[in-house]
Ligand binder design. Structure first.
Ligand code: SF4
Length: 395
């Protein structure tokens, strides 16, 4: 094929693929389409032969909702690849993938992504690459050592987000790679790129040495961040592995040799551990108080609700803690969060007692009781302002 017909053929592919993207609403809000159209519009061909197709594509844009969906067939990616093949010199300088850094959020993980947070204080982050169902299954299984599990579709933004989110949690000491690496029309290879990052590092422009992906350049992380990431975590590469049991075994195995919280965190952890202390004060719930017990004859949990004047006004029975507290809340028998927590705690104890046949004694709520409206002991008949005489029933 001569150069002219090669270019004509490329224009045809670009136009056809843009037509496909125009017909697919998912593409209208995708960074891949936005970025490709913007990049091609700046070229000579984009201002001439391709101008009508690019204008049509621009007319369906809606504000971007995601950078890249990682679709098995990506129309703008095919268009961009055809263009780059026909115009290699121009194509090399084009910014064809979305590379903006998303805004960090308070808390952890600071950057959004396709992941499931399991436990902040656990040591293993798992990246299932292009295997979304695997990420969901592992998140549902919640192995003890698992901190976070998610997919990764691109070797630029995907790796950058992984770096920033890991640096924000010094508990994470291992990164387990598994699932299918992305080898689609998009041409991204995040798994291979991550392996190269750990093996070879980056060059002075942030390009991952040896990475074969479409755009393995880390623009939004500094060399210091990359170094800190490589120091903080150990890579465990099982690319291609999709067997949940094998992966959970591996998570358990690496957790066993968890070296502990990283001693030189790159940034201050966005989530701190707060030392909790027992409450010292207890405020009476104006809705009344509960008497909770397991009824062995019927094998039910029972809650009796009393007004603060000592009148029984409601009795609820059920099979589980959840059923009873949901009913109590539905009936507005709890108006304070500490009272709700107390009810849940005592119900759970009563349920255990029912299941195991152990004796049950309702505990008093912690803290010294403060009445909601001061009444004298003479009026109420008790120290705390309610008419109950048994300490455990005062909350
Ligand atoms: S990844 Fe490609 S095909 Fe998928 S929504 Fe984005 S632009 Fe469309």
């Amino acid at each position: 094929m001569n150069a002219t017909s090669e270019k004509e053929s490329a224009f045809k592919i670009v136009s056809n693929q843009l037509t496909e993207a125009i017909a697919a609403p998912k593409c209208h809000k995708c960074g891949c389409l936005h970025k490709t159209v913007e990049a091609l519009s700046g070229t000579e061909a984009g201002k001439n032969e391709l101008a009508p197709s690019l204008a049509k594509a621009r007319s369906v844009f809606v504000p971007k909702q995601y950078d890249c969906l990682g679709c098995p067939v990506c129309y703008p990616a095919i268009a961009a690849n055809a263009f780059v093949e026909a115009y290699p010199e121009v194509g090399a300088g084009l910014d064809l993938c979305p590379t903006e850094e998303p805004d960090a959020r308070p808390g952890w993980p600071p950057l959004p992504g396709d992941f499931y947070v399991v436990r902040y204080g656990a040591p293993v982050a798992v990246c299932t690459l292009n295997s979304e169902a695997l990420a969901v299954s592992l998140a549902n299984r919640k192995p003890d050592g698992l901190a976070i599990v998610g997919t990764m579709h691109t070797e630029n933004l995907g790796i950058e987000r992984a770096i920033k989110n890991v640096l924000a949690n010094p508990h994470i000491r291992f990164l387990l790679l598994c699932g299918e690496d992305t080898q689609q029309a998009v041409g991204h290879l995040p798994g291979q790129s991550l392996e190269c990052l750990f093996r070879n590092g980056v060059d002075e422009r942030g390009r991952i040495n040896g990475a074969r992906g479409r755009r393995p350049v880390l623009k939004n992380v500094s060399p210091e961040e990359t170094r800190a990431f490589l120091n903080q975590v150990e890579l465990v590469s099982l690319i291609g592995e999709q067997d949940e049991e094998i992966l959970i075994e591996r998570i358990d195995a690496v957790s066993e040799r968890n070296p502990g919280t990283y001693a030189q965190p790159f940034a201050e952890a966005p989530v701190k551990r707060i030392q909790a202390a027992d409450p010292t004060r207890l405020t009476l719930d104006k809705a009344g108080y509960f008497v909770i017990y397991p009824e062995r004859r019927t094998k039910k949990l029972v809650v009796e609700h009393y007004t603060n004047q000592g009148m029984l006004d409601c009795m609820i029975e059920g099979d589980s803690t959840g059923a009873l507290y949901a009913e109590a809340i539905e009936r507005n028998l709890v108006t304070r969060l500490d009272h709700a927590a107390y009810l849940g705690r005592e119900l759970a104890r009563a349920e255990q007692s029912l299941l195991q046949g152990n004796p049950f004694v309702q505990d008093a709520a912690p803290g010294a009781l403060l009445p909601i409206s001061p009444k004298s002991p003479a009026e109420t008949g008790s120290e705390c302002g309610c008419s109950a005489t048994q300490e455990g029933y005062c909350q």
